[in-house]
Ligand binder design. Structure first.
Ligand code: TRP
Length: 333
């Protein structure tokens, strides 16, 4: 008879994974981190810095350690409550790797061959890609299912991996004749997540890999740096429009209005009702004041945390213990 595990499923558990790429910026904050902070109110949350995913491509060891601490610091500085949510790096809970091996034996070659991210990341030289890069989605499925997470916040680029996770959960349940052992986790598409563009070119996403540091506001930037970057941000000669259609072919204006709106949790329409008609000179002053007010304290807290490695490491250790306390009984089952 099919054994049913429904009573062991959590109702509202989020698993979020983030790559340890240092240098988080305003785009990461408005597009992701800020939403995760808010999800803590309604969900039991597990936040994981996925260092084992990072090493699917070459990482310099000391740079990787530094990035793990930086990402952790930015989460804490942005308001992740480490008493409430587990925050840790993946490699410290061995259950992820354990379950990933089982999933290597559940997922099919054909399934992984369809993953578009592998094709992009491996590029032309597939023969030389690590096998870890190929089986990356199985580890991601293990991250999520080791906690029986019910919800996973993901961006567009990770949707395919989440679908694979559901396929793995299903096949596992079928193969071993269990029902609801693993849940089929739902994507949480973050409400109108702000798409923050480069300050130098409104058609490109704000990115940590952009050559120019003036293209982005880093979470570690202090008040002066924020003000300087916004002052230098690219604009056009016209004052701000009063209606949304006036932003259509003005990528830079649209981006700055979008940032202004997101920083105060309003829509761009609402923002234009306030600042439409202003010159860029006046608008940039208001925007700078707002950005400094919201981001200044985060940057300061990050600097403070980064000077206290022992504290960050203790958070990660404690988080890993709490994480394993959730996953070990599931692995044992
Ligand atoms: N693959 C995700 C990314 O590149 C990171 C990740 C790893 C993840 N494990 C996860 C995201 C589990 C959500 C859930 O962004």
């Amino acid at each position: 008879m099919t054994k049913d595990y429904s009573d062991k499923l959590p109702t509202n558990r989020i698993f979020s994974g983030v790559q340890p790429t240092g240098n988080l910026h305003l785009g990461n904050y408005l597009g992701a981190i800020r939403n995760w902070v808010r999800m803590q109110q309604d969900y039991e949350c597990v936040f994981c810095v996925v260092d084992m995913h990072a090493i699917t491509t070459w990482q310099d060891p000391s740079a990787l350690r530094k990035s793990i601490r930086e990402v952790t610091a930015s989460f804490i500085a942005s308001g992740i409550d480490v008493k409430k949510s587990a925050l840790f790096n993946q490699s410290r809970n061995p259950n992820h790797a354990e379950l990933a091996w089982v999933f290597n034996c559940v997922a099919r070659m054909g399934w992984l061959n369809r993953m578009t991210q592998f094709k992009e990341k491996a590029g032309k030289n597939r023969e030389n890609a690590s096998t870890g890069l190929f089986s990356y989605p199985n580890l991601m499925a293990a991250d999520i299912l080791a906690y029986k997470a019910t919800h996973v916040p993901v961006g567009e680029d990770q949707k395919q991996h989440l679908e694979l996770t559901r396929d793995i959960a299903n096949k596992f349940n079928n193969d071993w004749d269990v029902s609801n052992f693993f849940p089929e986790p739902e994507p949480v598409i973050l409400g109108q997540a702000a798409r923050v563009m480069s300050l130098r070119d409104g058609s490109k996403k704000m990115s940590k890999s952009d050559q120019s540091d003036y293209s982005r506001i880093n979470l570690t930037d202090d008040r002066d740096a924020i003000a300087l970057k916004l002052r230098k941000a690219k604009t056009d000669p016209e004052p701000l429009p009063t209606e949304m259609d006036g932003l259509e072919d003005r990528a830079e204006a649209r981006n700055l209005v979008g940032i202004y709106a997101a920083l105060q949790d309003m829509t761009s329409e609402q923002a234009l009702a306030e600042v439409g008609g202003k010159s860029f000179k006046d608008f940039k002053e208001i925007l700078t004041e707002l950005a400094v007010e919201v981001l200044g304290p985060i940057g300061e807290e990050m600097q403070r945390l980064l000077n206290d490695e022992a504290y960050i490491d203790s958070v990660l250790k404690d988080g890993a213990e709490r994480a394993q306390a959730i996953t070990q009984p599931i692995i044992d089952d």
